[in-house]
Design a protein around this ligand. Structure first.
Ligand code: NCD
Ligand code: ZN
Length: 366
């Protein structure tokens, strides 16, 4: 039986939500060997100011961090909440936030581009109004949801291109070249175009990759309309998945790291649509291990285990300057049953269960 021990890891892109559901989601992350997380700020209202003292309709990072800690997040070694960039964000907020140590990253959402993205502004705004300059000066990391916003459906997902490819071939080179010292995380990338952009850029540019984008393609979503697989950016094609697999399994990979984008929705299918987001809390290392195997990696081999460790445990911590945890957890190639997670707001389906898979080939021993 394959079994290997890894340092606890940081999920560098996740959604814990807010209110009474927090303890269940945070516990699921603790259960999968997480020593910390980057908790996304698309709360309601968005987490778009830094300090409590700055009275506002928005939530502050201080407030959200407090809620997270009180709901079990104090067991994490590290917790990062990026600031949601809105039209009200100012360069002073960035400088002051960074100085205090509370502000480590900011999050760009394409306006109306995904769940909770209604407060985003077009990317050019932050190029022009001094926000990216302030972040570059203050050493604050930019987390980018890289999709072109406001496209008509025929451009959004077309045979020859899509919202992510357009964003990575138009805006991203400009941002990278205008702000060469700005650290950028290209989040939940899904296309070969984005993989190539990250690979060709300096070490200031890195990317998170989700389990679902490493395992599935758009065909898995469409065949039978398996709506539990609907997340944004939407799944892409084989060529894209192959490029993602090659990037994360490369022996010299330092730029691509784990960020699950676990995004729980207790109600996925609505009367006239579907909420975007896949829930992978509790099972992400197991899914990542499956994706490595799918890419042809033999995880019984020590060298392959080291490559997996780079992706899951080391690269992201290094990019965010977080300490590598001393505590360990163990991944075992052993069948483990999947069940829905009970929360105060109803049950949430872990992604594979939503696809009809009720046993995972890997298990976690904490
Ligand atoms: C996320 C959510 O539900 O908050 N959904 C998703 O499809 N990934 C938002 C996001 O990160 O895009
Ligand atoms: Zn997300």
């Amino acid at each position: 039986m394959i079994s290997f021990t890894l340092p606890k890891w940081y999920d560098l892109h996740t959604h814990f939500r807010q209110g009474d559901v927090l303890p269940a989601y945070i516990q699921a992350h603790l259960d999968m060997g997480c020593a910390g997380a980057l908790a996304m700020p698309n709360t309601k209202p968005p987490t778009a100011i830094v300090f409590d003292k700055d009275k506002s309709e928005y939530w502050s990072i201080e407030r959200y961090m407090r809620d997270l800690r009180n709901a079990g997040g104090s067991k994490f070694q590290e917790l990062v909440v990026p600031l949601y960039l809105t039209i009200d964000t100012t360069p002073d907020m960035i400088i002051e936030g960074a100085k205090s140590g509370i502000l480590k990253a900011c999050k760009y959402y394409p306006p109306h581009g995904t769940t909770g993205a209604e407060f985003g502004a077009p990317i050019d705004k932050y190029i022009e109004n001094g926000i990216f300059t302030a972040m570059e000066v203050a050493g604050v990391i930019l987390c980018i949801h890289g999709e072109e916003h406001g496209l008509s459906p025929d451009k959004y997902f077309d045979r020859s291109t899509n919202a992510e490819e357009i964003f990575y071939s138009t805006h991203m080179p400009i941002i990278r070249d205008k702000f060469p010292k700005l650290k950028i995380v290209c989040e939940h990338i899904t296309t070969k175009t984005a993989v190539d952009f990250v690979s060709e850029s300096s070490d200031k540019v890195a990317a998170t990759v989700t389990p679902q984008h490493l395992i599935y393609t758009i065909g898995d979503l469409i065949q039978g309309l398996k709506y539990h697989l609907f997340c944004l950016p939407v799944l892409k094609h084989c060529e894209d998945r192959n490029a993602l697999q090659a990037a994360v399994t490369a022996p010299d990979n330092t730029k691509f790291f784990a960020g699950t984008d676990s995004a729980p929705h207790s109600i996925k299918a609505t009367k006239c649509g579907c909420a975007a987001g896949c829930f992978t809390g509790g099972i992400a290392p197991q899914l990542y291990a499956m994706s490595f195997e799918l890419a042809g990696v033999d995880l019984s081999d020590q060298k392959s285990q080291d490559i997996f460790k780079n992706f899951l445990c080391l690269n992201g911590a290094n990019f965010y300057n977080l300490p590598i945890p001393q505590e360990n957890f163990t991944l075992v190639k052993q069948a483990s049953p999947l069940k829905a997670l009970k929360t105060s707001n109803g049950e949430v389906m872990p992604l594979p269960l939503g696809l009809g898979m009720d046993i995972l080939p890997w298990a976690i021993q904490n």
